[in-house]
Write a protein that binds this ligand. Structure first.
Ligand code: SF4
Ligand code: SF4
Length: 264
């Protein structure tokens, strides 16, 4: 995203809208500027604000005049008064920032918008994770923090070493050059995104070693990490995962139970 320097009147309305804190008012130029290294191309500023078409010279003149009388001209807080917020033409690899950060963009690799995966929420229909298997969702990044692909790669490579199976219908898996090693494409490693989800599965007995590895690696990353584990219950509703977690002393709650209603 760019700020048109001819149009911006430095009202500051766009600054708190950015979930990455990437917009600031440059006091020297008296214009808003975007830190393009931190901008994840989520489009929150462009889409979330009303764009008015006031004349920038006129607005600056009024602001200068009012300042003399210790008054301010401030537009409504959700308005860019001069339509200065301008989407940039995105090319590869920067375009992956938008694909992973703008919730209304559909991931081409999976056909799913948002984070690009149905996760295990539809497991009752898809059977991604079968009886005796554990499915994992590792989420990297959050608004205000974000994540670079090089940190995601540290985790995927570390997990690949202990023998896991990455979920094929997942946008991060599609960025891998080698699904056996977890290696991601070199040209996206420095790209920063709002968040991403890595999914994979193992046999249930491997849950403790996987969680230990996730814990070790997450401490080395420049982002936040959360992890969910799921399994398929038997016909009585029992889950072999419960015993494995209890034995490891890992506290847990059954966050969600999907009932198979999707089949009808
Ligand atoms: S596109 Fe998103 S991250 Fe970039 S400046 Fe706008 S709000 Fe901030
Ligand atoms: S809202 Fe528009 S005019 Fe105000 S600081 Fe941001 S880009 Fe500039």
């Amino acid at each position: 995203m760019l700020i048109d320097q001819e149009k911006c009147v430095a009202c500051g309305n766009c600054v708190p809208v950015c979930p990455m804190g990437a917009i600031a008012i440059d006091p020297g130029r008296n214009r808003a500027v975007v830190n393009t290294d931190e901008c994840v191309e989520c489009y929150a500023c462009f889409r979330g604000m009303s764009m008015e078409k006031l004349n920038p010279a006129l607005v600056r003149g009024i602001r200068r005049l009012l300042k003399i009388f210790r008054l301010r001209f401030d537009p409504e807080p959700d308005v860019c008064p001069t339509s200065a917020i301008t989407p940039n033409e995105l090319s590869w690899p920067r375009v992956v920032r938008r694909a992973f950060s703008d919730p209304i963009v559909t991931h081409e690799s999976t056909g799913v918008h948002g984070r690009g995966t149905e996760e295990v929420k539809t497991n009752d229909v898809t059977n991604r994770v079968g009886l005796g298997e554990a499915g994992y969702v590792i989420e990297f990044g959050r608004p205000t923090v974000g994540v670079r692909f090089r940190d995601i790669e540290k985790m995927t490579c570390a997990l690949a070493e202990i023998g896991i199976e990455f979920e094929p219908k997942n946008p991060v898996t599609h960025m891998m050059t080698d699904r056996k090693t977890g290696k991601l494409r070199d040209d996206i490693l420095n790209e920063k995104i709002l968040s991403a989800i890595v999914e994979f599965k193992t046999a249930i007995e491997n849950v403790p070693s996987v969680l230990r590895r996730v814990d070790e690696v997450s401490k080395t990353l420049d982002t936040v990490v959360s992890v969910g584990v799921s399994t398929r219950c038997d016909q009585q509703g029992n889950s072999a995962l419960d015993g494995v977690l209890a034995e490891e002393g890992i506290g847990f709650v059954r966050g969600k139970t999907n009932l198979g209603l999707g089949r009808s």
